[in-house]
Ligand binder design. Structure first.
Ligand SMILES: Cc1cc2nc3c(=O)[nH]c(=O)nc-3n(C[C@H](O)[C@H](O)[C@H](O)COP(=O)(O)OP(=O)(O)OC[C@H]3O[C@@H](n4cnc5c(N)ncnc54)[C@H](O)[C@@H]3O)c2cc1C
Length: 452
């Protein structure tokens, strides 16, 4: 006789929640999952997936221009925003359907609506209450918009995928990967684009040289980079355009102003405080290595615990939790050597330590670098350059970090990430035969350190 309605009640059908719910249901666990916006969460609806589709779109204008060097010309090019926006939405709706089927077919009970915690074993959705032996909070995050005059005119990544019109002038604020990616998207699709960031240089946390190189390349593509500058206030003009008064005293006119200034855990109104669930910075739920909160029947994974805000990390956390709870495993998520990409133009791919971190942690570092014009651009007319960098511990010979700015950097670094996870030394890289002609082969032919 079951004591509870469900074994596991998952709040939030995003990356972490769906994975955990499906896996648990597949093991015969009685699972319910509540979602109040859209199945698939941020990644599928207003994150990774629609963004990557827009990134693909934004490369075409440049590719058409480059094609002329290869003898292919075209007569005029037009960009129709509604076509891109609506084709993207159709694809997202298709994915929503797939998520629904995956959940239902795995045996989960899908509950539409906003869930709140009532007590350690009870969740309310609308006027209904459900009990569960365990509750998993996987509610993700929400864009952070600063409290400035005119903030009602600001859009975030939640709105940018559904704009009625494509802006002629876009002002992006922020220094993280989402801001840099959207600067590339807007510029690539033809908007006059400004990126304002209050710090000296964007992409804090990445290798400094990679940041500097990327800034040069992004500027070459026509993005007006305004570092050490921020918006003080925004005013809407009679014609609907926006005037941003900047901290440096200048005024920037734009049709859309998008903030990508971080995301906070979406914990407001969830009922955490009443249950005494411990929270950290910005409300992030504090969990132990088993993703358990200080209320033993309540667990949390994904962006809401604010460890690493990436989809594959939320998936890994969800899977580890379910294996530990229901399959007798004792798995820890390894947060070391997480490969990541920034889909700016050109892309950044990175895994492992930056040069700054490597120098801090190791006594003898070898730095290998290579900068070149990709073969394609020898006749494409593009001035784009590629940069690669590898950090090696000179004592153990282990490769500590690999970074790249260039086309397909994300695709390339995924494979390199496996090598680093396996503990590859510089000699393993050197004894690997290259694939010719590729840019990636440069990683196995870096002979002389540039400095140590
Ligand atoms: C613009 C953008 C681009 C991104 N690009 C990438 C990328 O390229 N690569 C990458 O790895 N990551 C990317 N991310 C990050 C990635 O989307 C997140 O790390 C990931 O979605 C986190 O998964 P999650 O399960 O923690 O939360 P989410 O996917 O956010 O899911 C949480 C779900 O919970 C629901 N929910 C919240 N509160 C309640 C409630 N009370 N009741 C019911 N349901 C609730 C929400 O509606 C949401 O569907 C991007 C994010 C953004 C915003």
């Amino acid at each position: 006789m079951a004591e509870y309605d469900f074994d596991l009640f998952v709040i939030g059908a995003g990356s972490g929640g769906v994975r955990a719910a499906r896996m648990a249901a597949g093991m015969g666990v009685k699972v319910a999952i509540a979602e109040d916006r859209h199945l698939g969460g941020t990644c599928v609806n207003v994150g990774c997936v629609p963004k990557k589709l827009f990134v693909y779109a934004s490369h075409y204008a440049e590719s058409f221009e480059e094609a002329a060097g290869f003898g292919l010309t075209h007569k005029g090019m037009e960009f129709d925003w509604p076509t891109l926006r609506d084709n993207k939405t159709k694809e997202i709706e298709r994915l929503n359907g797939i998520y629904q089927n995956l959940l239902v077919n795995s045996g989960c009970e899908l509950i539409n609506g906003r869930a709140t915690l009532v007590d350690a074993h009870t969740v309310a959705v609308g006027d209904k209450q459900y009990t569960a032996e365990r509750i998993l909070v996987a509610v993700g995050g929400w864009p952070n918009i600063p409290d400035i005059p005119g903030k009602e005119h600001i859009i975030s990544s939640n709105e940018v995928f559904y704009l009625k019109e494509f802006p002629k002038r876009a002002l992006i604020v922020g220094g993280g990967y989402i801001a840099v990616e959207f600067a590339g998207i807007f510029a690539g699709l033809g908007a006059k684009t400004t990126l304002a960031y209050r710090g000296d240089l964007f992409l804090r946390g990445f290798d400094n040289e990679i940041r500097e190189f990327t800034a040069k390349e992004v500027a070459k593509k026509g993005v007006d980079l305004q570092f050490n500058n921020n918006i003080e206030s925004i005013e809407k003009q009679a014609d609907g355009s926006l005037l941003a008064t900047m901290t440096d005293g200048s005024v920037i006119e734009a049709d859309q102003i998008m903030y990508a200034t971080g995301r906070n855990p979406k914990v407001q109104g969830l009922g955490l405080e009443a249950l005494g669930i411990e929270q950290g910075k910005n409300g992030a739920i504090v969990v132990n290595d088993e993703f358990q909160t200080n209320v033993p029947s309540v667990y949390a994974v994904g962006d809401v615990i604010d460890r690493v805000q990436l989809t594959p990390v939320a998936l890994a956390e969800g899977m580890a939790l379910v294996r530990n709870l229901y399959a007798g495993a004792n798995q820890k998520v390894d947060y070391d050597l997480i490969p990541t990409a920034v889909f700016c133009q050109p892309n950044i791919g990175t895994v492992g330590l930056s040069e700054e971190q490597a120098r801090e942690q190791y006594d003898n570092i070898e730095v290998y670098k290579s900068e070149f014009r990709a073969m394609k651009h020898t006749i494409s007319g593009s001035e784009e350059r590629t940069f690669m960098k590898m950090l090696v511990d000179a004592d153990s010979r282990k490769v500590l970090g690999v970074h790249m700015v260039g086309p397909d950097a994300g695709e390339i670094i995924q494979g390199i990430g496996i090598a680093l996870k396996a503990g590859a030394t510089k000699e393993v890289f050197d004894s690997t035969i290259g694939i010719h002609p590729t840019a990636a082969e440069e990683f196995v032919t870096m002979r002389e350190p540039s400095s140590n």
